[in-house]
Design a protein around this ligand. Structure first.
Ligand SMILES: NC(=O)c1ccc[n+]([C@@H]2O[C@H](COP(=O)([O-])OP(=O)(O)OC[C@H]3O[C@@H](n4cnc5c(N)ncnc54)[C@H](OP(=O)(O)O)[C@@H]3O)[C@@H](O)[C@H]2O)c1
Length: 299
């Protein structure tokens, strides 16, 4: 796909030169699908989790009408009651395709989908059963794709909407011990990038969010693993605020991590083997195995 893009650009610029014309590179579109959230219906998956609860509070604070999902109804109900304006709750297991269909049918008109639910899926691939692999793919990748497929046309028919995909910096760089998780998060990145190009003219924006290590709550915090000194973190509130801004200003991709971690991720994209070797020397292997051990109960 990248080859096609580069080859296409070369062919076009060659043709322009041959025609003796100079073409300025068009600037990227500026805030084409900005959205005011007050009164909009926002469906948030994984609302019971560390980041999901912060997302619910952030969208509620903008005056959105919320539909919250997760499996744990005992967490969903009190969360909904604590929000200004309340929220509808739907208990759904996103690993079950008939329950994803039921969510689509029961959610009603949705203006913004925040596909946030996810399983950590960390650890060596041969430590997973095939059933656990299927569950990670279903929750992390299949369910956002199926929800987007169902909701985007309805959003477009009503004049516009927005889809948010909660990826991870593991959707840009894949360190040791994250093969399955990274596969799902890289998948979301590719899906989001192309979906954004496909739907912008029909009024549906797409944002992909890439959090780094998140402290205070959520799957990294719950694992109880320690990071090497100097590796910075962000909070669920910062992820939620970045997500709200991404919808309001139609941002395509947003990293939520300190500068050094974002720089390391970029380095890993350019020189993956060198980055992997540096990460090993800095003790990345121990962090990865500690995280996987702490997240095993979430498979
Ligand atoms: N925390 C981090 O450091 C971090 C960093 C980068 C990216 N992320 C991403 O951020 C998102 C939220 O993560 P988090 O940290 O908030 O994790 P979390 O606290 O473990 O929450 C995960 C959420 O996903 C839901 N979920 C899991 N399996 C489900 C299933 N089968 N059906 C329906 N819902 C299911 C959980 O709901 P129930 O348990 O109620 O079913 C929960 O609401 C994930 O996509 C994650 O990959 C997190």
């Amino acid at each position: 796909m990248g080859g096609f893009g580069a080859a296409g650009a070369c062919a076009l610029s060659g043709a322009a030169r041959a025609a003796g014309r100079r073409r300025a590179v068009p600037p990227p579109d500026r805030v084409p699908l900005a959205m005011e959230l007050s009164g909009k219906t926002v469906l948030i998956t994984g609302a019971t989790g560390g980041i999901g609860q912060a997302l619910a509070r952030a969208f509620a604070a903008r005056g959105a009408q919320l539909v919250l999902t997760g499996r744990r109804i005992d967490v969903l109900e009190p969360l909904a009651e604590s929000l200004p304006g309340g929220a509808r709750t739907l208990a759904v297991d996103l690993a079950a395709s008939d329950e994803v269909d039921r969510l689509i049918a029961d959610a009603g008109d949705v203006d913004v989908l925040v596909a946030n639910a996810g399983l950590p899926a960390s650890g060596q691939i041969d430590s997973f059963s095939v059933e656990e692999i299927d569950r990670a793919l279903d929750v992390n990748l299949r369910s956002p794709i199926v929800l987007a497929r169902a909701l985007a046309p309805a959003m477009a028919a009503r004049g516009g909407g927005h889809i948010v995909l909660m990826s991870s910096l593991n959707g840009k760089a894949a360190p040791a011990g994250t093969a399955l998780y990274s596969a799902t998060k890289f998948g979301l990145r590719g899906f989001g990038m192309a979906l954004r190009a496909d739907w912008r003219e029909r009024g549906v924006g797409v944002s992909t969010i890439f959090p780094g290590f998140i402290r205070e709550a959520g799957m990294f915090h719950d694992a109880g693993a320690k990071l090497p000194p100097g590796v910075g973190t962000r909070t669920p509130v910062e992820v939620a605020e970045a997500t709200v801004r991404a919808v309001e200003h139609d941002k395509g991709e947003v990293d939520v991590a300190p500068l050094a971690l974002r720089g390391g991720t970029l380095f890993s994209q350019v020189l993956p083997d060198v980055a992997a070797s540096v990460t090993r020397r800095l003790g990345g292997g121990k962090v990865a195995s500690d995280v996987a051990a702490g997240q095993r109960d979430k498979r």
